[in-house]
Design a protein around this ligand. Sequence first.
Ligand SMILES: Nc1nc2c(c(=O)[nH]1)N[C@H]1C(S)=C(S)[C@@H](COP(=O)(O)O)O[C@H]1N2
Ligand SMILES: [Mo]
Length: 176
Amino acid sequence: MISTLLRSALIATLAWGLSAAAHETAPPAAPAAQLTVSGAVQQPLSFSADELRRFPAEQIVTLQLPGRDAGAPPSVLKGVRLRALLERAQIKTADHNTVKKLAVIASASDGYKVIFSWSELFNAELGDSVLVLFERDGKPLAPAEGPLALISGKDLRTGPRHVKWLQSVDVRQIVD
Ligand SMILES: Nc1nc2c(c(=O)[nH]1)N[C@H]1C(S)=C(S)[C@@H](COP(=O)(O)O)O[C@H]1N2
Ligand SMILES: [Mo]
């Protein structure tokens, strides 16, 4: 009979294996070189990393995030606020209350998707640190996450809304 100790060791090993696998997403063969911004906007737009780099200095944000593992050095990230890109594309609204019902969906080339609400981006401190990234530690993003990625720098855990291989941002009204 299998001992309780051995059994819990086995379960722990399995759980570790599963969670490690969940973090190791292989880069897609052809990650998008351009981010498209579309949906409920007046002017659908697309941006390459170089175009983001050329944004006015005041719209480029540098963010320092702690290293992933204990002892790892912090990472310095550079990007344009998602809010600034949405302002360029000009969100379409039918009336005063439309914006409160908008979701902003960020999708990656591997199908990974996360959402923000308009209020998070435009009416909360959190939005100041939601960036479309084009640089990490002074270099263009590596294939492990780039050429484009998104991060929500004030999330409690930044892993889930770190969208690697960012491809599109879609603005959608999700309730009537
Ligand atoms: N495109 C894409 N981005 C993704 C994922 C994914 O599967 N595909 N997984 C997410 C999850 S759940 C986590 S925890 C982090 C893990 O990577 P990181 O710690 O380097 O941010 O990537 C996030 N970004
Ligand atoms: Mo995750």
